[in-house]
Design a binder for this molecule. Structure first.
Ligand code: CMP
Length: 143
């Protein structure tokens, strides 16, 4: 069981000025912020991040959406981080998400769904490295 996960506050949530409310939900749930930034992804960066979905019919729209405005990637730490964070955000489709989850509260639909969360410890490490260099993670280390 790993203790790190990557969250992204996606462009729709940034546009709706929800960054503060979403971060409050995350930290109230016991996650610690290890690194965070606001970035406008390039098509290459978003396309690479979602490479696993390349064959899906929604891939081009997904890259379009993720590059439509700035997003906020956040490296999080907590015991059982991947599973606990996925519980906190709820199902991909907000219509299926449990009450009180971030997507139930803030997502418009299953494509523009406010937040991302890593789906395994292995992917969490890959995704954190996509956004944050080792140097950034070490320099900003908070115990
Ligand atoms: P995320 O958890 O970031 O992982 C992949 C993303 O693709 C997902 O959130 C949604 O933004 C998007 N996505 C997943 N399924 C669909 C779908 N059926 N139609 C459109 N977009 C989707």
């Amino acid at each position: 069981m790993g203790n790190k996960t990557l969250a992204i506050i996606k462009p729709d949530a940034v546009r709706k000025n929800l960054v503060g409310q979403i971060i409050a939900k995350i930290t109230e749930a016991g996650f610690k912020i290890k690194a965070m930034k606001m970035v406008r992804l390039t098509k290459e960066s978003a396309g690479g991040f979602y490479e696993v979905h390349k064959a899906r019919p929604f891939y081009n729209d997904l890259v379009e959406y993720m590059t439509s405005g700035p997003c906020v990637p956040i490296a999080l730490e907590k015991e059982n981080a991947v599973e606990d964070y996925r519980k906190l955000i709820g199902a991909t489709d907000p219509d299926q998400a449990a009450p009180g989850t971030i997507r139930k509260l803030y997502a418009a639909n299953k494509a523009e769904n406010a937040v991302h969360g890593s789906d395994s410890d292995e992917n969490a490490a890959i995704e954190i490295a996509h956004f944050f260099s080792r140097k950034e993670l070490l320099e900003n280390y908070v115990d």
